[in-house]
Design a protein around this ligand. Structure first.
Ligand SMILES: *Cc1c(COP(=O)(O)O)cnc(C)c1O
Length: 408
């Protein structure tokens, strides 16, 4: 196969946003308007997002990490509480538990999909017992497994909260019962769901995130907590003599704080971008699926050294990443060599993820985590470029480059 010199062609990163003129115009309009933050576009984005994912409420925040932290606050995690987190995920999923002084139980994951199975969940639960307060489930790569439904239903019976980390999965749909299909974020079988809109995710706000829920109490609490814990609704004021005139009118300057909050707001500038991007979600998802099909067709029967990850339901999934599993020992090249050779051919790749219990911060206390499945997944996985702006000839370049590297 002919090798293409890098200088002739642009570098294909593993992921990238797609911003068009409409997005730029939307942001521009906000910059020229009266409100850069706390304005009407935040509400518009939240309403549109809730509608899209079929939840009752959505709250826009400054990042996916802030969204996870707010979920931990709403669930009132305390030292001594334990939360089950899959060992293959981004740092933020587990950190959101540690922010509260609560403890993480790292669950093992499937060697092929990287997803936490029902068995893994049960094993993690057994090790935590009555202290297990929540499960932070991750829809890795955008895929939702049937086991998630089993886990959510079991958790409900056990009075354990279910939070979906759907940073990878905006746009994915999945069946909940035989004939009920719901978008991720509907919270039909979970308490809370979070999204990230970092530029590498399926739609972007620059930096940003959101939480969806059907619980009105959580919704009100989340809005207060993202805004310093400030309460401005006179009906909720507790210090009557400070808040109201003798005639019972609330003082216009008055607000009060009963609970410590944060500044985790998303600005109107970011929400304008999010709102504009949300309009393209269906197209982005369809294009991602097209690319996944091209890759799957090319790699499925190419060689026994490499294969795509198994798909839970290709037609319903919004793929955030395109991981392949490589048998590096049989290939007689290590991952570093493969990554370098692909880079020399102009192809960017990334590893998602090193198991969290291996990180120095976690290693100290989680030496005992038994995660053979996660270690196998990690030893084989490599994410190839996947983003909607890729053209078909970019996809073919990636396929050719992978073929070259595998064969030589
Ligand atoms: C990106 C990501 C986050 C964090 O989102 P940010 O918006 O970057 O803070 C959390 N969990 C997972 C699985 C992610 O991929």
């Amino acid at each position: 196969m002919k090798k293409v010199a890098l200088k002739d062609q642009s570098f294909i990163p593993y992921g990238q946003q797609w911003i068009d003129e409409e997005d730029i115009q939307a942001v521009n309009n906000v910059l020229k308007s009266a409100f850069l933050t706390c304005g009407p576009i935040v509400d518009q984005f939240e309403v549109a997002l809730a509608k899209k994912v079929e939840s009752q409420f959505a709250i826009a925040v400054s990042s996916g990490t802030a969204a996870l932290h707010l979920c931990s606050l709403v669930l009132d995690l305390k030292p001594g509480d334990k939360v089950i987190v899959p060992s293959i995920t981004f740092l933020a999923t587990a950190n959101a538990v540690k922010y509260m002084g609560a403890d993480v139980i790292f669950a093992d994951v499937d060697t092929e999909t990287g997803l936490m199975s029902y068995e893994h969940y049960l094993r993690a639960y057994e090790s935590g017992g009555n202290d297990v307060k929540a499960v932070y489930y991750v829809h890795l790569n955008g895929q939702v497994s049937d086991d998630f439904v089993k886990i959510a239903k079991d958790a409900k019976q056990k009075n354990i909260f279910i939070v979906e980390d759907a940073a990878h999965a905006i746009g994915t749909k999945h069946s909940i019962d035989d004939d009920v299909v719901k978008p991720v974020g509907s919270c039909a079988i979970s308490d809370l769901c979070i999204f990230s809109f970092h530029p590498v995710k399926t739609i972007t706000m620059g930096e940003g995130g959101a939480i969806t829920t059907n619980n009105e109490h959580y919704y009100e609490k989340l809005k207060t907590l993202r805004h310093h814990g400030m309460v401005r609704d006179p009906a909720l004021f507790t210090l009557k003599e400070l808040a109201f005139t003798h005639e019972g009118q609330p003082y216009p300057w008055y607000y009060e704080m009963s609970e410590m909050g944060f500044n985790y707001r998303a600005t109107d500038i970011h929400c304008a971008l999010g709102l504009s991007q949300l309009k393209k979600l269906d197209y982005f998802v369809a294009r991602r699926q097209e690319i996944v099909r091209l890759y799957d067709d090319a790699f499925e029967s190419l060689t026994s050294l490499l294969r795509p990850i198994p798909k839970t339901d290709l037609n319903l999934t919004a793929f955030h990443l395109y991981p392949i599993l490589i048998d590096f020992s049989a290939l007689k090249k290590n991952r570093y060599q493969v990554i370098q050779e692909l880079k020399n051919l102009g192809i960017g790749t990334q590893v998602h993820y090193m198991p969290l219990p291996l990180h120095p911060f976690y290693k100290e206390n989680y030496r005992t985590s038994n995660i053979p499945g996660a270690m196998i997944y990690y030893s084989k996985v490599l994410s190839l470029p996947l983003y909607p702006k890729m053209r078909n000839d970019d996809v073919l370049r990636v396929i050719d480059a992978v073929r070259d590297v595998i064969r030589t």
